[in-house]
Design a protein around this ligand. Structure first.
Ligand SMILES: *Cc1c(COP(=O)(O)O)cnc(C)c1O
Length: 357
């Protein structure tokens, strides 16, 4: 708070509240380093970051995407008048399966919208190769991937666009907020126009756009938060390591490995409650809740099962067995920088208690 107050006073004194003010400019500049990109645009939230990236891509028809995500991913497509075509995920990291993408391409396909689930990298090289072969755009929903590095560079530098969320529940937050990383300067120009009503200058408004600008208040908060990100990452990493020690050898509980060459942000700690575990995922969820431990079925239900999507041919039950199983088995355990070892022991014991019922 003590770091935030002087910035708040500056906003008060200068009365620059929004529209690309000084804090907005500073945060964009600092995030260029974090994302290894010169083309960063801040946004109001992750949903509008996705929307702006979709607008800037000029898509039409069908977009191949994953059913295993937060609802913003498919809603952003539907709101843009596009048809989400759902394909299965791969078991190793629950990210979209590149082989399934290729099989779903039709002459109406214009893009791939993939999600770096839990911050674990999608098959970025394969996806890029598929996109190149078929002339498709690639947009990553990178809401979970702040600060993630892969093969020595930011994961956010992959794709035509990567859309981030800075929502309060994410690894880095500005209360509400988001950003778009564009591969090219031209992409950033289109995004900046899309997030500002499509306005080019005082008298020219050549395209339709939305309002997805970040305010000075949110940007100032982001500048303060950014000073603590590496510390937050380190402390979350310690929580992740202890969970892996405590839960790594329970029959019927699988963890998702962090692949080599990834520097994660440890935002989530998903476990998969397999059929070989004595109780179901939902029974474990309830047992934890009864002890005041709030885990999250994330992601459940599958997007393809929601009323507005389930009648699409790609959404038919049985077509995406890996995603269907993951949605039934996943449970994300509490993970945050201040989670004490004592509480982690208590959570692990609560899980173990169900392993012996
Ligand atoms: C949080 C989230 C979003 C939406 O971000 P908001 O900032 O809440 O609008 C989109 N996609 C995924 C995968 C998310 O987890």
């Amino acid at each position: 708070m003590s770091e935030f107050l002087p910035l708040l006073e500056q906003i008060w004194e200068t009365r620059v509240l929004t529209n690309n003010g000084p804090f907005h400019q500073q945060l964009e500049a600092r995030l260029q380093d974090v994302f290894d990109s010169e083309h960063v645009s801040l946004a109001t939230n992750g949903m509008l970051a996705l929307t702006s990236a979709i607008d800037a891509s000029g898509l039409s028809g069908e977009v191949i995407t994953t059913p295993y995500s937060f609802v913003a991913t498919s809603h952003a497509l539907a709101l843009a008048g596009l048809t989400p075509v759902f394909v299965d995920i791969r078991p190793s990291d629950l990210n979209i399966d590149p082989a399934a993408i290729e099989a779903a391409i039709t002459e109406r396909t214009s893009a791939i919208v993939a999600v770096h689930v839990y911050g674990n990298p999608c098959a970025v090289a394969e996806i890029e190769a598929i996109a190149e072969r078929h002339g498709l755009r690639v947009i990553y929903d990178a809401a979970h991937a702040f600060g993630v590095r892969y093969q020595g560079r930011s994961l956010l530098s992959h794709g035509d666009f990567a859309a981030l969320s800075f929502h309060a529940t994410k690894a880095f937050n500005t209360f509400e907020g988001g950003a778009i990383v564009s591969r090219h300067a031209e992409g950033k120009r289109a995004v900046d126009s899309a997030r500002n009503f499509g306005i080019a200058d005082e008298v020219n408004i050549p395209v339709v756009g939305t309002n997805a600008k970040m305010s000075e208040l949110n940007a100032a908060f982001g500048l303060v938060q950014l000073n603590h990100f590496e510390d937050v990452r380190r402390r979350r990493g310690a929580v992740d390591r202890l969970y892996r020690e405590l839960l790594g050898h329970i029959r019927g509980i699988d963890l998702i490995d962090i692949p080599a060459e990834v520097e994660p942000n440890y935002s989530y700690f998903p476990i998969l409650v397999r059929d070989t575990f004595p109780v179901s995922r939902d029974a474990l969820y309830d047992a934890l809740k009864a002890q005041g431990i709030y885990s999250r079925r994330y992601f459940y239900p599958l997007l393809s099962s929601l009323p507005m999507y389930r009648d699409h041919p790609s959404a038919a039950p049985g077509r995406m067995p890996v995603a269907e199983q993951a949605a039934q088995q996943v449970l994300c355990l509490p993970i945050y920088p201040d989670l004490s070892k004592t509480d982690q022991w208590r959570i692990a014991e609560a899980v173990l208690a169900q392993a012996h019922v």
